[in-house]
Design a protein around this ligand. Structure first.
Ligand code: BG6
Ligand code: MG
Length: 220
């Protein structure tokens, strides 16, 4: 029986993955770079600065930029993003998510948030979900972001649980890789083109069911 569920936030609990994309698209535009949804898959799950580096790499002359200029651009993107998340309400919780959180809590399994986003506590608060989480990983304190397993192992270590007793839920390829490398059971939300390494894959959050996840976890 699992002891801990670790949830990613953006694209799992609410559709802020879309807001990150729109904010990056706007920033990229101002640099004369165009990004599309296919490229955006590579930005999912990774830190703000790592995302910026990937965008700058699309135009070689931008790579010479100073660290200070990069910081400015990352801040600018975050300003766009904060405008978008200001509108979030509990109506923006993705289908099936609150029911799942409730069931996990009723079954006395712990719940953690394992997001790379420094905006995560604000978003969870705006959604009205803060009380479901027994622990939230502080993205600012994680030294190696996804696909490194650190985000997930930090959560398990907080409780002192064995990694094999933990389940991670993710919508990004980087996140699934992080969960697998941690030795945890990975649940992917999305398509097999990007998330084929997930132990268990569902197409969208409405397909998530606690008993089904635990059944798959137990048979691994
Ligand atoms: C992840 C998102 O959850 O958080 C990424 O999938 C994002 O797209 C990263 O870049 C960092 O978020 P923030 O809010 O700290 O810029
Ligand atoms: Mg995500």
């Amino acid at each position: 029986y699992p002891k801990l569920f670790i949830f990613d936030l953006d694209g799992v609990i609410t559709d802020t993955a879309e807001y990150h994309y729109l904010a990056w698209k706007q920033l990229a535009q101002s640099l004369g770079v165009t990004i599309d949804r296919q490229f955006n898959e590579k930005l999912k799950g990774i830190s703000r600065m790592d995302s910026l580096e990937k965008i700058l790499a699309l135009k070689p002359e931008l790579l010479t930029m100073s660290m200070e200029e990069k910081q400015q651009l990352a801040t600018q993107k975050n300003e766009y993003y904060k405008t978008l998340i200001n509108q979030i309400t509990p109506k923006d919780i993705l289908p099936g998510i609150e029911k799942l959180l409730k069931e996990i809590q009723e079954n006395k399994i712990k719940i953690a948030l394992g997001s790379a986003s420094k905006n995560a506590p604000v978003v969870i608060d705006r959604l009205g979900l803060t009380n479901y989480f027994d622990y939230m990983v502080d993205a600012a304190k994680v030294k190696r972001g996804k696909p490194d397993p650190e985000t997930f192992t930090v959560a398990a270590d907080y409780f002192g649980f064995a990694y094999a007793d933990c389940i991670g839920v993710e919508d990004s390829a980087a996140g699934i890789e992080a969960i697998n490398r941690a030795g945890m059971f990975s649940v992917g939300i999305g398509d097999s083109e990007h998330l084929h390494e997930a132990d268990y894959l569902v197409s969208d959050t409405s397909q998530l069911n606690m008993d089904k996840i635990i059944e798959k976890f137990a048979s691994k």
